[in-house]
Design a protein around this ligand. Structure first.
Ligand SMILES: [Fe+2]
Ligand SMILES: [Fe+2]
Length: 275
């Protein structure tokens, strides 16, 4: 019997190397097997996610500040974005295998996300190499996977807090980051971030679509109250101004939701790059 898409996703999530994840995703994307929506899959969380021995993971606050204006600082900044993309591959693979019983379209949406995240990682890794660095040369933090773990028991919370919150924060963070990199003369990095921003609008749109679907299924009538409650329950980070209102509108946030997000936005602080 052909192995299901969900089973493949779990295998690729356990896989430590990005190149193998990318190759596997390319194959799945070219000819997706049946989703295996109703298949029972079990995996101890201690073995997840697969990742290489480096980068070393440390507390977010222990990471040094990075300036785009020195070659080392720029490489560290690009490394931080590459690490976000590596995590984003794992987040998308987890969204596929973790939640059974969903429509086929859900699994195919997240296959597309995983494949695009793997491309983002590869583009950044190639660029890092051109700067004489490789993925693993700097330390990194584990904030994205931590949110994935906190929302593993709830499909609705996962959609609300990973794509609709964390990836959406990336939409806001990308244009200021592109301005910094442009000032530093790194036109290739700006081009790569253009590709990432374009794709990330799609990822957030997928999150919005499936969060709304989950609300309908669960009989949630006040989505705004539900979203606020999930953010509080799972200690989601607040949006950071300035919000990228154009990109967020393209990703499906309503005018009312954008107003609400703007009210929640914390005072300006250094922003994290896109997923
Ligand atoms: Fe993404
Ligand atoms: Fe990405």
């Amino acid at each position: 019997m052909t192995e299901s898409l969900r089973a493949h996703a779990l295998t690729l999530l356990r896989e430590p190397e990005a190149a193998a994840k990318r190759a596997g995703l390319r194959q799945l994307r070219a000819a997706p097997p049946p989703s295996g929506a109703d298949q029972a899959l079990n995996q101890p969380d201690t073995a997840l996610p697969g990742r290489p021995a480096r980068p070393l993971l440390c507390e977010h606050l222990h990471l040094p500040k990075r300036s785009a204006h020195t070659p080392e600082g720029r490489a560290a900044l690009l490394h931080a974005i590459a690490h976000i993309e590596f995590n984003a591959i794992n987040l998308a693979l987890d969204a596929i295998w973790r939640f059974p019983g969903l429509p086929d379209a859900y699994y195919l949406d997240w296959l597309q996300v995983a494949d695009e995240e793997a491309l983002h990682f590869e583009l950044l890794q190639q660029h890092l190499r051109s700067l004489g660095k490789a993925y693993g040369d700097f330390d990194a933090h584990d904030g994205l996977w931590a949110m994935c773990d906190r929302t593993k028991h709830s499909f609705r919370a996962r959609m609300a807090l990973v794509p609709r919150t964390l990836e959406a924060r990336g939409l806001d963070a990308t244009p200021p980051l592109q301005r910094k990199l442009a000032q530093a003369g790194d036109t290739r990095a700006v081009e790569i971030l253009d590709i990432i921003l374009r794709d990330e609008i799609g990822h957030v749109a997928i999150g919005n679509r499936w969060y709304r679907w989950a609300c309908e299924q669960d009989g949630v009538t006040d989505m705004a109250a539900d979203f606020a409650q999930l953010c509080q329950q799972h200690q989601a980070p607040r949006p950071r101004p300035p919000l990228n209102l154009g990109a967020r509108a393209l990703a499906g946030f309503s005018a009312q939701e954008l107003e609400c997000l703007q009210r929640q936005a914390a005072p300006a602080a250094p922003a994290a790059p896109a997923a």
